[in-house]
Unconditional design. Structure first.
Length: 218
């Protein structure tokens, strides 16, 4: 078993292929038939295939995760792909802060796939391990920079209180600027939508990977 885990770790670069080949997804109901059987590129029709090829070039989960159910609605999937392309690669929000916002949403929803995909990206972008650990523990992180603090407060208040106070809005506008405030709101809402798609479809992490959030954890 130890050897198998070592080999699996060495194959992280091949996650998209591993997902397609072995995703009897680690969903909340392992014994159930998947709500959306995993698609592979060869199964896609003429409307789905061009987008599927694009997804495989950029996705750490291949055609798995949210893409598996979204491809059932190709026009919606294309629109979401275009939006995510902006919010991931062209947004005005610095990558570290952007990934932090996504992790906040991931933790609120206990979204296994979102956390699995984005925690490594947040770390790579420079978000401190301690902040990632506190977020995973559902705690307000200690030792945040002013910009990280405003992202945490802004995203948390907007999604839990459904409002942003004047004080918080002014602080965000001062530290981030108008465009970043809008883009931060956009990525927050979009990843709530992605979490909903994942929850509805009962999509999980690849079958050979441990879910980030264990059963029974709050």
């Amino acid at each position: 078993m130890r050897q198998m885990l070592i080999v699996a770790g060495c194959l992280m670069a091949a996650v998209p292929l591993a997902w397609i080949a072995a995703n009897t997804a680690s969903s909340p109901a392992r014994s159930k038939e998947p709500r959306f059987p995993q698609l592979i590129l060869e199964q896609l029709n003429d409307q789905q295939r061009p987008l599927g090829e694009k997804i495989l070039k950029i996705s750490s989960v291949g055609l798995g995760g949210p893409y598996n159910p979204m491809l059932r609605s190709p026009v919606y999937a294309q629109r979401m792909y275009d939006l995510l392309d902006y919010l991931r690669w062209h947004t005005s929000v610095p990558t570290k802060l952007n990934e932090m916002a996504i992790l906040i949403i991931s933790r609120q929803w206990r979204s296994q796939v979102e956390w699995y995909a984005h925690a490594p990206l947040a770390k790579k972008a420079g978000l401190a391990d301690s902040i990632i650990a506190d977020l995973k523990a559902n705690q307000r992180p200690a030792g945040m920079s002013p910009e990280e603090e405003v992202v945490y407060d802004f995203v948390t208040d907007l999604t839990t209180k459904h409002a942003v106070s004047d004080e918080l809005f002014d602080r965000a506008k001062k530290l981030l600027g108008e465009q970043q405030v809008v883009d931060l709101t956009g990525v927050t809402g979009t990843y709530v939508g992605v979490a909903m798609i994942l929850a509805m479809a009962e999509e999980g992490v690849p079958a050979d990977k441990e879910p980030p959030f264990k059963d029974g954890e709050p």
